[in-house]
Design a protein around this ligand. Structure first.
Ligand code: FAD
Length: 387
C-alpha cells in the first residue's frame, strides 16, 4: 500500500465524505476540504432517495445501519394519469440481484434528507479521527503526472498550497477541480424549470409510496420524506395549487426551483486527478439516482486505490454512468411529455408494458440501483448486520 496520507478530497458532500470514509476504513488518512462552513442543512436537502446499492456499499462502514434506522421505507412506486393508474412497482419484490450482504428486512427504497446522510457520514469519519476542513475553497489546481498542486483559500482571502499524489474532485456540478484539470463536460441543458416544495403535516399520512402524477399538461411527483413530511416536485410553476394534501398542513419547510442538465465527462481520470459524483456526471433527479451513483463512484475509487488499480477507475465507471444517464433520460422524457401524441402514446403503452414482468423487474432493478456492475469486493459476502 502506498503512502496513506497524501490523498486530497475536494468537496465534503455525500460523495467526498463517502470517499474519505471508504479510504479511512482501509487504513488511509485522506484530507477532505470544503468551501462551505458545514454540511447541508437537512431542511435544504436536494437528495432524498437512498437505494439498495448504496446500502450494500455502505454496510461495511456501519453507515447503512444508521441510514435504515433513521430513513423512511418506500414500498411502492406509482405512475398515474388523471385518475388512471398506469404502473405500479412494488419495491420489496424479490429479484436475483438483491445484495447478499444485507439483512432480508432491508428492502425497497429509503428516503432521508441529504443533510442527515452527510451528518451520518461525518459521524462515522470521526471514529477514524478524520473531520472535513470547512471554509477551504479550492481555487487553483495544477495537475502533473506524479502530484497535483492545489491552492486552498479561506474566507479571509489567505491561501495555502498543498501537493497531493491523488486528488479526488467531489466538488459538485460546477466543479473547480474538473475545470482546472481540463476535463471536458459535454451534454445538454433541459429547456424546462423544475419546482420543489417540502411540506410538513400535523398528522400521519400514508407515506409508503412515491407517486408520479401526469396532469397533462405537466407532472407532479410526491415523495414522502417521512410519516409527516412530503416533497412535491413539478414541471408546473403553479403546482402548489394542484397539490391534494394528504393531511392538515403543518408548514412549508422549503421551496426551490432548479434546472436540469444531462452531462458527463468522457473519462473520470486525468493523471492524478479523479472525479466522482456530480463533478463527473449530472442528470435530472427523476429516479433519484445522482447521489447514489456518486456514492458508488466513491466506493469503487477507494477500493481501486487500495488495490493500486486506480488507473482502471474511469474504464470501470463510465459504463455505469452512461447506463444511468440513458435510463434517466428515458424516464425524464415520460415526465416532460407535452405533445398530445406523445402523451397519448405514453398513457397507452406504459400500462401495456407494465403488465410484462420482465419489464417491471427491469424498472425495479433501476429503482434499487442494482442495474450497474455489482461491487466485486463484496462478492459472496453474507449479511453481517440486522437492524
Ligand atoms: C431537487 C433534487 C433532488 C434530488 N434528489 C435526489 C435523490 O433523491 N437521490 C439521489 O441520489 N440524488 C438526488 N439528487 C442529486 C444529488 O443531490 C446530487 O447528485 C448529489 O448532491 C451529488 O453529491 P456530490 O457530493 O457529488 O456533490 P454536492 O452535493 O454538490 O457536494 C459538493 C461539495 O463540494 C463543495 N465544493 C464545491 N466547490 C468547491 C471548491 N472549489 N472547493 C471546495 N469545496 C467545494 C460544495 O460546498 C459541496 O459541499 C437530487 C438533485 C436535486 C437538484
Amino acid at each position: 500500500m502506498r503512502d496513506t496520507n497524501g490523498i486530497l478530497i475536494v468537496g465534503a458532500g455525500p460523495v467526498g465524505l463517502t470517499a474519505a470514509l471508504e479510504l479511512a476504513r482501509r487504513g488511509y488518512r485522506p484530507r477532505i476540504v470544503d468551501r462551505k462552513d458545514g454540511p447541508t442543512l437537512p431542511e435544504e436537502s436536494r437528495a432524498l432517495a437512498i437505494n439498495l446499492r448504496t446500502l450494500q456499499l455502505l454496510a461495511a462502514s456501519g453507515v447503512s445501519q444508521r441510514l435504515v434506522a433513521e430513513g423512511h421505507q418506500i414500498v411502492e412506486m406509482r405512475m398515474t394519469a388523471g385518475n388512471r393508474r398506469l404502473m405500479t412497482i412494488g419495491t420489496c419484490e424479490t429479484i436475483p440481484e438483491l445484495p447478499a450482504n444485507l439483512p432480508a428486512s432491508w428492502r425497497g427504497l429509503y428516503t432521508l434528507p441529504q443533510g442527515e446522510t452527510e451528518r451520518i457520514l461525518i459521524d462515522r469519519l470521526k471514529t477514524f479521527a478524520i473531520a472535513p476542513e470547512w471554509n477551504r475553497n479550492c481555487v487553483r489546481l495544477e495537475p502533473a503526472d506524479d502530484a497535483a498542486t492545489v491552492v486552498l483559500e479561506r474566507p479571509d482571502g489567505s491561501q495555502s498550497v498543498t501537493k497531493a499524489p491523488i486528488v479526488i474532485g467531489a466538488d459538485g456540478a460546477h466543479s473547480t477541480v474538473r475545470e482546472q484539470a481540463g476535463f471536458r463536460f459535454p451534454g445538454n441543458k433541459v429547456d424546462q424549470k423544475f419546482h420543489l416544495a417540502d411540506y410538513s403535516y400535523a398528522e400521519d399520512f400514508d407515506s409508503s409510496f412515491v407517486e408520479a402524477m401526469f396532469l397533462d399538461p405537466g407532472t407532479l411527483a410526491r415523495i414522502p420524506i417521512n410519516n409527516r413530511a412530503m416533497r412535491y416536485v413539478s414541471t408546473l410553476a403553479d403546482f402548489r395549487n394542484r397539490i391534494q394534501h394528504p393531511a392538515a398542513i403543518g408548514q412549508l419547510l422549503w421551496e426551490s426551483e432548479f434546472e436540469v442538465s444531462f452531462r458527463h465527462v468522457d473519462r473520470m481520470r486525468r493523471g492524478c486527478v479523479y472525479l466522482a459524483g456530480d463533478a463527473a456526471h449530472v442528470h435530472s433527479p427523476v429516479g433519484g439516482r445522482g447521489m447514489n451513483l456518486g456514492i458508488e463512484d466513491a466506493c469503487w475509487l477507494a477500493w481501486l486505490i487500495s488495490q493500486d488499480r486506480e488507473t482502471d477507475y474511469s474504464d470501470l465507471r463510465i459504463p455505469a454512468v452512461k447506463l444511468v444517464l440513458a435510463d434517466t433520460i428515458r424516464n425524464t422524457r415520460l415526465v416532460l411529455a407535452t405533445n398530445p401524441f406523445a402523451v397519448a402514446a405514453r398513457n397507452f403503452f406504459v400500462p401495456l408494458l407494465a403488465r410484462n414482468k420482465a419489464i417491471r423487474m427491469r424498472g425495479l432493478r433501476n429503482v434499487l440501483g442494482l442495474d450497474t456492475a455489482a461491487p466485486p469486493w463484496l462478492d459472496g459476502q453474507k449479511s453481517e448486520t440486522e437492524t
